[in-house]
Write a new protein. Structure first.
Length: 298
């Protein structure tokens, strides 16, 4: 009976935004935010102007972990690739002492899953993200951003499909991101988020609240290069509810770490690359993947 429950969850795997990690603790698997997508310079708002960021990702997993962190015996494979374009408009206005900005993200996703011989592949637009942000520059080295992201159910969804590109509910996500920069020294970044998930009206299911943070820690080898590590932490903080009833023993948890590098040409263009391997996983797939972020001034 327990294995049948996990097979059903695997067959309902959902992918949203850019790839980071796809989970089974929340409904259908996955989270609104792609854990691990961010890297260096996440908390440093650029000067006024319009910017385009491109996120390229690939994630794969071949095992599922249960509530005790043990692998669930089944033939399981998941692979997700994504390209997400993010547009940022940094205005000349200040609010509460912070530089006002707005952004929007449109992700294109390709996902394939197979479970005990049954499988499906889908491609298309995932759930889009938009919201305001305030950027603060404490010093030449220390910067931070506070924001609220709104995630909209724009991705294709059918409760009877094995795979869905969207989650079919709205989400509000407060964000705090901090960046510390030394051209020849420590570079440290963290982006902390907390998710409030809406109800999926098609299934009468509400996924629990989630805390997660992307991080990067490196050493500036020169004004252009930073090398170090990056990853994320994830913890579901409240239970899911289905039909008004609490879903027990289903809180997701995961950690990830891997090498991370950044190249900056000093003229506003930069690229970050990292590989993350997940561990200490509960109620989620366990795998790993690559994340690339490119900033292009317009």
């Amino acid at each position: 009976m327990k294995n049948n429950m996990w097979i059903r969850k695997a067959l309902l795997v959902a992918v949203t935004a850019t790839v980071g990690s796809t989970a089974f603790a929340t409904e259908g698997g996955g989270s609104i935010y792609p854990n691990g997508a961010e890297n260096y310079l996440v908390g440093a708002m650029p000067p006024p102007g319009v910017y385009a960021l491109e996120y390229l990702s690939n994630y794969s997993a071949s095992q599922l972990q249960d509530n005790n962190g043990n692998q669930i015996p089944m033939n399981f494979n998941l692979n997700v690739s994504a390209a997400a374009t993010r547009l940022i408009w940094v205005t000349n206005q200040t609010v509460l002492g912070g530089q006002l900005a707005f952004h929007a993200i449109a992700p294109l996703v390709n996902v394939g899953v197979s479970v005990n011989g049954a499988g499906q592949t889908k491609s298309g637009l995932g759930d889009m993200t938009f919201g305001p942000a305030l950027g603060y520059h404490v010093s030449e080295n220390l910067h931070y951003i506070v924001a609220v992201d709104i995630n909209a159910p724009t991705g294709e969804y059918n409760k009877n499909d094995m795979i869905n590109l969207g989650r079919n509910y709205w989400n509000a996500e407060p964000v705090v991101a901090v960046t510390y920069i030394q051209p020849n020294g420590i570079n440290a970044d963290v982006k902390m988020m907390y998710d409030f998930n809406g109800r999926n009206n098609a299934t009468d299911y509400r996924s629990g609240q989630e805390f997660h943070a992307d991080y990067a820690l490196g050493w500036g080898c020169s004004k252009s290069f930073v090398a170090g590590i990056g990853g994320y932490v994830y913890q579901q903080t409240t239970n899911d509810t289905s039909g008004g009833m609490t879903v027990q023993n289903n809180l997701g948890r995961a950690l990830a770490i891997g090498p991370s590098v950044k190249y900056d040409n000093g003229k506003g263009w930069f690229v970050t690359v990292k590989y993350e391997k997940e561990f200490d996983v509960r109620n989620r797939p366990e795998g790993g993947g690559f994340n690339v972020k490119m900033n292009i001034p317009m």
